[in-house]
Design a protein around this ligand. Sequence first.
Ligand code: AQP
Length: 351
Amino acid sequence: MNQDDASASPTYAGPERILSGVQTSGALHLGNYLGALVKFVRLQDQAECLFFLADLHAITAWQDPELMVPQMRQIAAAYIASGVDPKKAIIFPQSAVHEHAELAWIFNCVARVGWLERMTQFKDKTGKDREGASVGLYDYPVLQAADILLYKATHVPVGEDQKQHLELTRDIAQKFNNDFSAPGFFPLVEPVIEGPGARVMSLRDGLSKMSKSDPSDQSRINLLDDADAIAQKIRRAKTDPEPLPETVEDLKGRPEANNLVGIYAALAGTAKAQVLAEFGGKGFGIFKPALAELTVHKIAPIGEEMRRLMNEPAEMDRILLAGVEKAQSIAAPILAETKRLVGFWSPKRNA
Ligand code: AQP
């Protein structure tokens, strides 16, 4: 990343800052790892990074109160076990920084209902039960905009499914800047979405996203799966009867093959074409064991390290508390300035 990347917002003159988060709504899977966590690790050396634990987002669907803290610590453990270094990046639970919810309310009054009506993730997640969904689930992308703009983040590493939400964040920033005559106050955020891990699909259906909420555990590789479970899920992954093609073009119309080749490429840090140069013409009887070996090699140690960290809650909480303090020191002045622009009373200013 270089300074030119910030040119998406020509009048924003602040520093580059990277922010992302993962919902604390269940065990993380390979899609979260490849779509988000590996990018966190890469980006932590390039700019100031904030990686939060999205517990306010998690409660848009029912969460057992007893499990909220263990689930949050589990996601923090996943960040650290994947290579996020708390000395380099700020890691914190979203709900511990109250400014997120406060800015979200202001943005609720900036965003338009028509914008939210177009969000496809809400439609995908609610299906036919729109009436029974929480208002929070509908409003989720506005809270996401607040998460990002509270820190004036310029870049957000996410999977492809979040692209539309980031466009909404840009719309909110632009409308706020215009409405309150504050050009460049909020930056126009850039998504960081690239590579074969940007959209990992279910192991049972190459047309559906790998997801925590899929009722079938066989559809995903969890970061806490042990080596045997990982190998077994890959062995049982849905495929077609043809051998792998020689070219990426020929993966079209073969969603399961395309997904497995994409997973291999993402884990190996290479391109699909490279994978096909090695495995093109070979059957899944050869490819699946190679993929299983690579996945076990990359993922099983992360699960082991997560288990170790989850057994050290005091150490985890020390990291999280330090993260909250750092996050709040950035967020509080930005929220105060936002409130001043909106015209709210402040004891310091209006005395
Ligand atoms: N299948 C995926 N492929 C690539 N990236 C993915 N992400 C999620 N699924 C995939 C990315 O992981 C980050 C954290 O996601 P999240 O947990 O905050 O929300 P989500 O996108 O709703 O994740 P899930 O697993 O699909 O959860 P449920 O089932 O609860 O909806 C994001 O960067 C996301 O892009």
